[in-house]
Design a protein around this ligand. Structure first.
Ligand code: NAP
Length: 290
């Protein structure tokens, strides 16, 4: 193995420590309260809620899970969000996804008050990213930027390749890299269809992959010495039929080519919840003008 591992855990611990100190400095009746809204009982959403509740408790942020039934209507979901928007004791709101298929998650997220949208998923906060404002940017995009910072790369003029252009990862990451004067290439399904993915990925001194296709990026597609950040989280079965988590990059190959690489799990994943807590503290500051 030649590449150094870029691990998210230690950065997440530092961020949580900073949030805990900021919360402790506030009078008890002015501390943040985060409410997660969950429709139905999706195991993935429940696992997120459990992780968030534990992390929030560690830093002194109050956490509440608002559970709505599986057959809740879109109108009732929107009504719940409006109720939370109006509740002055609630300083952060997050919609747990996935939601049951009859609900429109994007519309529900759009109803969240932008100052309480700690997941950074409504249009106002995505728009702030265009202006280079990261305070309430999507958590995963900020996690990627924390890892880029930890890599020590100087972004100005650097060839960066972002594979994936989703609203919560690829697009905001590309904009945040641009903000630091990196030269950014964004690849997506059209790039793959045109047979051009490898031609682009091989140019990246920084390669970030957020697609959701296990093994999409082989070692041969990586520029020697590049820093590789693998956002993908895919559950696959190993040779013995056991479920394991892998990224979008073939780790065993990439580790021989890259200079630094994030493991999956253990890279981007641990950071996302810590950033959610930091956003929750930022939201409170923005609401109170402090
Ligand atoms: P998404 O919304 O499904 O976006 C995937 C992106 O990849 C889209 O832009 C899609 O393009 C593109 N794409 C699909 N197939 C491709 C191909 N063969 N070649 C090139 N591009 C391709 O997913 P996401 O929410 O960004 O998540 C991506 C991955 O990151 C998933 O594995 C997810 O589980 C993981 N994730 C991890 C964390 C974490 O905390 N670690 C957080 C969020 C997401 P089109 O839209 O044009 O099809």
């Amino acid at each position: 193995m030649s590449a150094t591992l870029l691990e998210g855990g230690p950065i997440a611990e530092r961020i949580k420590q900073e949030v805990a100190e900021a919360v402790a400095a506030l009078p008890e009746d002015q501390r943040p309260k985060l409410v997660a809204v969950m429709a139905g009982d999706n195991p993935g959403a429940r696992a997120y809620a459990k992780m968030q509740a534990k992390a929030a408790q560690e830093v002194g942020i109050a956490y509440e899970l608002a559970e709505l039934p599986e057959d809740v209507t879109q109108g009732d979901m929107v009504g719940k969000i409006i109720e939370l928007n109006r509740d002055p004791s609630v300083t952060g709101i997050i919609l747990l996804v996935p939601v049951p298929p009859h609900l429109n998650a994007r519309h529900i997220q759009q109803v969240i008050d932008p100052l309480k949208d700690v997941d950074g998923v409504n249009a106002a906060n995505l728009g702030n990213v265009v202006r280079g404002n990261m305070e309430m940017a999507p958590c995963t995009a900020q996690s990627v930027m924390e890892l880029v910072k930890a890599s020590g790369l100087k972004l100005r003029g650097l060839e960066c390749v972002m594979v994936g252009h989703s609203e919560i990862v690829g697009k905001p990451v590309a904009l945040l890299l641009l903000e630091q004067f990196a030269t950014v290439t964004v690849c997506h399904i059209g790039t793959s269809e045109a047979g051009m993915l490898e031609a682009h990925t091989k140019t990246g001194d920084l390669l970030i992959v957020a697609v959701g296709v296990p093994g999409l990026i082989k070692g041969s597609m990586i520029k020697p010495g590049a820093v590789v950040i693998d956002v993908g989280m895919n559950r696959v079965k190993d040779a013995e039929g056991k479920t394991k988590m892998v990224g979008d990059v073939v780790f065993e190959e990439a580790v021989e080519v890259a200079s630094q690489i994030t493991p999956v799990p253990g890279g981007v994943g641990p950071l996302t919840t810590a950033i959610l807590l930091r956003n929750t503290m930022n939201a409170l500051r923005l609401q109170k003008g402090i």
